[in-house]
Design a protein. Sequence first.
Lengths: 177, 190
Amino acid sequence: MDDLARSLASDLDEAFPDLVCRLQRGVFSGLRQLTGDHHRAEDLTQEAFIRAYRAMRTYPPERIQAMRLRGWVWTIALNLVRNEVRAESRRPKPARLEEAGYLPEEPPDSEAWRRRWTRLPPAQRQAVILRHVAGLTYREMSEVTGRPANTVRSDVSRGLARLRSIIEEETKEEERI
Amino acid sequence: MTLEQKLERLSVPAPSGVSDGVALGTGLSDGFRVFESPLGSVVVAFNPLGVSAVDLFTEGFQERFADRFRRSLLEARPPRDWEDLIIRALAEGTPGALPVDFRSVTSFQRLVLEQTAAIPRGETRSYGWLANRTGRPGAARAVGQTMARNPVPLVIPCHRVVLSDGRIGHYGLGGAERKRRLLRVEGAIS
């Protein structure tokens, strides 16, 4: 990531597609679980990167080089989720998918996970998703959420414990049926 | 499988539309779509600033675009309300309310192109007339070069600019014969 920050600082337009390539999987997957909606996650992922690019264009190279990129992009993404932002309509859109009759691929057990997430307190849900789906470090999570690293860590472990008991309940329920 | 492994399996590749959408939304790539025009099928390129290029829909248009504008082209839908504006601009030979991205030309060239956009359909003007209009009476040659550099022919009607002795002059979008055909269709020449 440090290499990438250096490349972005020296030629933003040249290096920006690499940033998208490196981070889009984590950002999209995390947003997909946070919003429970494939299309909204896709829109928000695009919007987060577009805003990141516009912001970076206004920054001097030294500032870009010192950035911790993944946490910063996630800060933008979570702001978009909080503010219920919709993608701008006055923007060119890729034609390819629409014309191919594209259907999104659902990750495994999508519906079950949607139900499970609703049973977690919001802070724990967000912490588990950022850590274990999006792959953020505790330090990045602390930067993104503005909460101390210890608090974030305990949100993750409580969230995991809660999820374990939810899944256990589900299994018992299935066995009963 | 542990819970952590189950959670990792929720990490899936982003849809391929994401990187294209980012490229289009940031303006790192322009979108393009093929439209019908009085000269047949043309490629219209656009980005968030406006329409950036019009070219004949012939082999190599993507390479020609990349060579000139240093950006790539992706097939795309223009913003919804631009689609009608593009169709109208091509049919009438004037940009109307359609925004044009002038970044590929100098400020003098932009001024010349904006004056060109105001030449009414069915009429022609000379290079000298345009030079006068932009406040540089001696700049007919620079005006001629500007016409050759017009990134959006048909939308900005450089075909309506002819030599003062009545000769038709060059035309970047496929040569003098097409220019003559356009002027005939518009009723500017018989």
